[in-house]
Ligand binder design. Structure first.
Ligand code: PGA
Length: 254
């Protein structure tokens, strides 16, 4: 089963209207008309429309960094799935470790968002990952299993193949420390096996599992050539055209 490599740029709370539009245009030019991999840009929500204008009609796709799991209503400051599709999003990042740590998002809250995303025809990118303390205590697999089972609670097999998982060890995010290709591949293989138990082997083979955490042009190729690593969720290096294009070009074509 070949899974198409998915490279997503998580701009986090960075860029402004003008710099974001020019970054998006630069990526569109670098990607060309028929890239071997799928490329998604996830700007801050206020800039989604501007970036949508820059990528419309190109293979580069748009994603949001979060959503609120409710229909329209009295939810001051929030944005829901249908607003995101309205401005051109196809993807949404859910349960990023920064949201788990800084905004108190729990697995149950991520699961609610997952169902809202799927109901709104968005592809959820569900983030999981252990802290350094948990890794050192040899708890990585149990932490990941709890996060995946909790964040995917209530997901049925028919819809499971549409989701994306991003394995992002917290200790590797924004730190310049990357998991080695062996460390990353071991967790990805564990996640795929778990998905096989939760759904079916067939579905698990279709689910893309991205790696995230200090991915750069220099380490992208070795990470992306691992059998269970199907893409990258890129933070810092997605803010510069050359770095992000370097990662895209390092991906082996499926
Ligand atoms: P980083 O961030 O590439 O800057 O480590 C990755 C992420 O948080 O998605």
């Amino acid at each position: 089963m070949s899974r198409r490599i998915l490279i997503a740029g998580n701009w986090k709370m960075n860029m402004r209207a003008e710099s974001g539009a020019s970054l998006a245009k630069g990526i569109v030019d670098a990607v060309g008309k028929s890239p071997a991999v799928e490329v998604v840009l996830c700007p801050p929500s206020v800039y989604l429309s501007g970036v949508a204008d820059a990528v419309v009609g190109t293979p580069v796709e748009l994603g949001a960094q979060n959503l609120y799991a409710a229909e329209d209503g009295a939810f001051t400051g929030e944005v829901n799935a249908s607003m995101l599709t309205d401005v051109g999003c196809r993807f949404v990042i859910l349960g990023h470790s920064e949201r788990r740590q800084l905004m108190g998002e729990t697995d149950a809250c991520v699961a609610k968002k997952l169902h809202a995303a799927l109901a709104g025809n968005l592809v959820p990118i569900v983030c999981v990952g252990e802290t350094l303390e948990q890794r050192e205590a040899d708890d990585t697999e149990s932490v990941i299993e709890t996060q995946i089972r909790g964040s995917l609670e209530g997901l049925d097999e028919a819809r499971a193949a549409n989701i994306v998982i991003a394995y992002e060890p917290v200790w590797a995010i924004g730190t310049g420390k990357t998991a080695s290709k062996e460390q990353a591949e071991a967790v990805h293989a564990f996640i795929r096996e778990l998905l096989g138990k939760m759904f079916s082997t067939e579905v698990a083979e279709q689910i893309r599992i991205q790696y995230g955490g200090s991915v750069k042009p220099g380490n992208a190729e070795e990470l992306l050539s691992q059998p269970n690593i199907d893409g990258a969720l890129v933070g810092g290096a997605s803010l510069k055209v050359d770095d992000f294009a370097g990662i895209i070009n390092a991906a082996p074509s499926a």
